[in-house]
Write a protein that binds this ligand. Structure first.
Ligand code: HXC
Length: 257
């Protein structure tokens, strides 16, 4: 692939994106953020790709924002550069992203994993929000997404102490969708991606949109929004195909239309 700090592999409707700065534990500098933004922009536009897996090379998923890049910046530097704005673009990717968390997911790395749609953790994963040790706070959405994922008391515990938790604890408190043995991490992520990749892209996009929006809407508004999107899918050929296949007791053959 043509990126400096990530590797992108595309096969059978699935893209695997690997953060690839292992010598810095995949610390998230501007280069890696820009690579991610352009890779996921490309994935979103690519009609051949339906779902992605995001993982890290080496010992880390990502050990946070790049502290060495940040340390001398002023408020004005960051404000004018809109530092971290690229992550909003990543979070707005319309196709599902599965985080396969292989090791350290700290600070911005934990926040990046929480921006993904499913989170599969290896039993060697380590999660944490250690920013307080650096005299700051989470800055890539962690205080919001983490609190929504695990609740206030648990989020406070992580954000205020900066302690690290392992994959088993992260799974127990609801940060993850699945916990697997380290050696099985990519197989598990790939089998989840393959299941999704069988389905119809319009219903996949609508599913991601609905669940994502649900976090921002009241129950009444959310249910209405869901119903409109649901009804909208009756305008697709794939809804006709999916329901006809059920009635005819055969496997559906979707066209992404
Ligand atoms: C820059 C980093 C880094 C980071 C690790 N490295 N994390 N560089 N930014 N976040 C570099 C180290 O400097 C070192 O480079 C190399 O990666 C290997 O790391 P070591 O520390 O030697 O490894 P180890 O002793 O095994 O310790 C692993 C670790 C530790 C516990 C994960 O690296 C660590 O505590 N990292 C920082 C974690 C952190 O605070 N993350 C939050 C960042 S703030 P050299 O060149 O020395 O070999 C953040 C804010 C997000 O994310 C929101 C915006 C504010």
């Amino acid at each position: 692939s043509s990126y400096e700090s990530i590797i992108v592999e595309k096969n059978n409707r699935i893209a695997v994106v690997t953060l690839n700065r292992p010598e810095a534990l995949n610390a998230l500098n501007a280069q890696i953020m820009n690579d991610i933004v352009s890779a996921f922009d490309d994935i979103d536009r690519d009609p051949e790709i339906v779902v992605s897996i995001l993982t890290g090379a080496g010992r880390a998923f990502a050990a946070g924002a790049d502290i060495k890049e940040m340390k001398d910046q002023s408020f004005s530097d960051m404000f004018l550069a809109d530092y971290f704005a690229g992550w909003d673009k990543f979070a707005a990717c319309r196709k599902p992203v599965i985080a396969a968390v292989n090791g350290f997911a700290l600070g911005g790395g934990c926040e990046l994993a929480l921006m993904c749609d499913m989170l599969i953790a290896s039993d060697k994963a380590k999660f944490g929000q250690p920013e307080i040790k650096l005299g700051v706070t989470p800055g890539m959405g962690g205080s919001i997404r983490l609190t929504k994922a695990i609740g206030k008391a648990r989020a406070m515990d992580l954000v205020l102490t900066g302690r690290m938790i392992d994959g088993a604890e992260a799974n127990r408190i609801g940060m993850c969708s699945r916990l697997v043995e380290h050696d099985k991490l990519m197989d598990e992520a790939m089998s989840a991606a393959m299941e999704i990749a069988n389905y119809s892209l319009p219903s996949i996009l609508a599913s991601k949109e609905m669940v994502t929006r649900s976090l921002e809407l009241s129950t009444t508004e959310g249910v209405k929004y869901e119903r409109r999107l649901f009804m909208g899918l009756f305008g697709t050929l794939d809804q006709k195909e999916g329901m006809a296949a059920f009635a005819e007791k055969r496997k559906a053959s979707f066209l992404d239309k």
